[in-house]
Design a protein around this ligand. Structure first.
Ligand code: PGA
Length: 254
């Protein structure tokens, strides 16, 4: 991390937790950590628990995120939820383009771009996920793939919008597998993403843009990851579901 950027620890609960489970977690974690003045803790529950979690986020530093959205404001899109509806519920962030959405639900760089722009237009911050699959890494295509995803998702945005946006580098081979990228492997890609931001926008975006790492982040690897200069936080699935492990992530030592 770099002290000029506020660290962000984000919990992606995926399709886990009922409303009661979510509320009980959120009460305990806030009690355990107390106020978080120097970092942001972002909780992304399933849609069904957004309202209840939002109503119970009272501790300083905690905020609410959705895991997905549609890019239109409203319309005949059965089963979809619009950015404006999420902002209405108190969301500050929306995760877009998670690899599970890309792989299982057919999302492309173009739909991710539309979603990111729509989230910004609704006054929230998109957390844009990018990352290569194992085959691409083994073929030495990581930089090419990630660079293309970043460019695709951010095209058409203003520098001001790009500065607000958060990018999450999540190598697909590290998600839910227990196989984390080493801190050095992650840093290398984060540095590339930062350079891409400079090329697409300007030095200011390069300096201010926050880039998270995701993929099997656990209490035993967070400190090393957060020690890297271009890793500004983490996006966590599995280890965000238990109060004990998530508390340790929030209390990372840099
Ligand atoms: P994981 O998931 O921490 O369980 O690997 C990360 C993610 O999918 O965002």
């Amino acid at each position: 991390m770099n002290p000029s950027r506020k660290p962000l620890i984000a919990a992606n609960w995926k399709m886990y937790k009922t409303v009661a489970e979510a509320v009980s977690f959120i009460k305990s974690i806030q009690e355990e950590t107390g106020p978080c003045a120097d970092l942001e803790v972002v909780i992304a529950p399933p849609f069904t628990a957004l309202k209840a979690v939002g109503d119970n986020l009272t501790q300083q530093g905690f905020s609410l995120a959705a895991q997905n959205c549609h890019w239109e404001e409203k319309g005949a899109f059965t089963g979809e939820v619009s950015p404006i509806m999420l902002s209405d519920l108190g969301c500050n962030y929306v995760i877009v383009g998670h690899s599970e959405r890309r792989q299982l639900f057919g999302e492309t760089d173009e739909t991710v771009r539309r979603k990111a722009a729509a989230v910004l237009a609704a006054g929230m911050v998109p957390v844009v996920c990018v990352g290569e699959v194992l085959e691409q890494r083994e073929q030495g295509k990581t930089f090419e793939v990630v660079g293309r995803q970043v460019e695709g998702a951010l095209s058409g945005l203003s520098a001001r919008q790009a500065e607000l946006l958060v990018i999450a580098y999540e190598p697909v081979w590290a998600i839910g597998t227990g196989r984390t990228a080493t801190a050095a492997q992650a840093q290398e890609v984060h540095a590339l993403i930062r350079k891409t931001l400079a090329a697409l926008f300007n030095k200011e975006v390069e300096k201010k843009g926050r880039i998270l790492y995701g993929g099997s982040v656990k209490p035993d690897n967070i400190d090393l990851l957060m020690a890297e200069p271009d890793i500004d936080g983490v996006l966590v699935g599995g280890a965000s579901l238990e109060v004990g492990s998530f508390k340790r992530l929030v209390q990372f030592k840099s």
